[in-house]
Design a protein around this ligand. Sequence first.
Ligand code: FES
Length: 112
Amino acid sequence: MAETKSYYERHIFFCLNERANGEDCCARHRAQAAFDRCKSQAKSLGLLGPGRVRVNKAGCLDRCAGGPIAVVYPEAVWYSYVDESDIDEIVQSHLRDGVVVERLLTPPDVGR
Ligand code: FES
């Protein structure tokens, strides 16, 4: 079978889930602002588009205890970020250069 090239080189999904019942969720940890920051930084670096990077919203990724959460494919690397500088580092290091930001990795056993 011929090798198929991925439409996007990298795809990052941000959990933006908001729980109305008062339970903790990524939306309560500035996930929307992080998503917006990621998109604008990736755009200003010229990373967005087919064959490059796509930044997407997602619902709950079921790893809430490590939130706020984002995941990058195709590497399936999970991040727990805190602030804008973390987002900038993910954009420049991982999305642009393909180098995983080890210090922001979600611990492997963290679930809901
Ligand atoms: S609320 Fe974000 S991973 Fe579940």
